[in-house]
Design a protein around this ligand. Sequence first.
Ligand SMILES: Cc1cc2nc3c(=O)[nH]c(=O)nc-3n(C[C@H](O)[C@H](O)[C@H](O)COP(=O)(O)OP(=O)(O)OC[C@H]3O[C@@H](n4cnc5c(N)ncnc54)[C@H](O)[C@@H]3O)c2cc1C
Length: 470
Amino acid sequence: MNRQSPPSYGPVTLALTGVDLPELAAALPEGAVLTDPDLLTGYRQDWARDPDAGTPLAVVRATSTDDVAATLRWAHAHRVPVVPRGAGSGLSGGATAVDGGIVLSTERMRAIAVDPVTRTAVVQPGLLNAEVKRAVAEHGLWYPPDPSSFEMCSIGGNAATNAGGLCCVKYGVTTDYVLGMEVVLADGTPVRLGGPRLKDSAGLSLTKLFVGSEGTLGVITELTLRLLPAQPRQSTVVAGFATLTAATEAILAITGTLRPSMLEFMDTVAINAVEDEMRMGLDRAAAALLVARSDAPGEFAAREAEIMVAACEKAGATEVFHTEDPEEGEAFTAARRFAIPAVERIGPLLLEDVGVPLPRLGDLVTGIADIAERNDVLVSVIAHAGDGNTHPLIVHDPTDPDNTARAHRAFGEIMDLAIALGGTITGEHGVGRLKKAWLPDQVGPDVMALTRRIKAALDPEGILNPGAIL
Ligand SMILES: Cc1cc2nc3c(=O)[nH]c(=O)nc-3n(C[C@H](O)[C@H](O)[C@H](O)COP(=O)(O)OP(=O)(O)OC[C@H]3O[C@@H](n4cnc5c(N)ncnc54)[C@H](O)[C@@H]3O)c2cc1C
């Protein structure tokens, strides 16, 4: 993809030889293969909603590792592309269907077994993140990674994208909780990696290789997840700022002093979009809002909240609010989680997740505002601010070619800016098809060549999610 051109997903050029769908159907349980065009439509796009998404030959709804293995053996033999799919909430076009391929859905693989003794859970990939959290909570345990989409994304998709979320500033991202997995390789061979062991130095760190591989190296059919004791009660601070700079100063002051359990940012567009929907009394005049939480033990949470209040006031906050009430804290967290759907009500979004080292966050946020102004487009910024991970939301009008061209230009310039600031084009959503043209600029030719060698070694026929990442 030309970096100046609009994001596009590019053609996929696998030779489709001797495709024999009845042979595939015969290898799978009855009803596993869908070919009804109306049903296929729902599996063509992910949340990035690529208008040029392909039309798959069929959708396979696997119920077991055997189903996944049979599908891949067949696809490998016939050189048919396979796009693994969890819940389709991805924002990078990673699960976008390709013409003539198979969408391999894990939505029916939903088993979970929790072991309170080792504090681990063995889960199939189709369970939603929220369902995992609820199942382990019954044992007094906690699975921390919490993407804003936790009610609608699968745990397999989380592992495949190395998903982050709101509490990651203190508790890390998905890879920090994946102790092991079963993954089916491109030729249909299932392999087991890692297991319920907190320490394991045997061999290469292959488990980590598959986390974040976005369905390009194998299909994850089971995960062994590390769990923590239930999260302690949290104190919550909400602060409004008249300028972006004051807000980013407060973020640095907080992260330089302590490790909050959450430190989230919304700009004025997001504040107003959320307020339009939720009527929470957010300060519509504020340029930025921070929602910060502490889950330090006992009375230390309130103490940390006081330190965060002082940091916000010192940075010039116009309004600061502190609550020990968990329900009130959850309401502000829910407001932040709702920011993407709320801004999406203004218009369709091009959504990014660029990240930078924390000291450059101010440069990134003000630089994005400059890019928006220069290209005359509306860009709202929300952020997992404590991680330096922003979500610029570029509102555009697909019916207006000029507006769309300017939005796509801004999309590229924001990634260029992140790279120039020593950052990343994607902090948590993955490269998918949307951002792959910028990957070489971030990682350089040697890393790109290494990535291609790994891909060729594991998927020599190139059937797994062709067009994603590379
Ligand atoms: C409103 C909203 C808020 C969001 N907030 C966050 C956030 O805070 N943090 C965050 O990280 N993400 C966020 N996301 C993005 C998205 O929810 C995550 O990327 C999530 O991990 C995707 O999971 P999924 O099951 O929907 O995967 P899908 O979209 O189905 O797939 C994502 C990628 O994973 C691959 N894949 C899926 N399952 C498997 C498998 N079993 N084996 C191999 N590959 C597989 C697919 O091929 C694709 O490349 C948000 C999305 C929305 C819509």
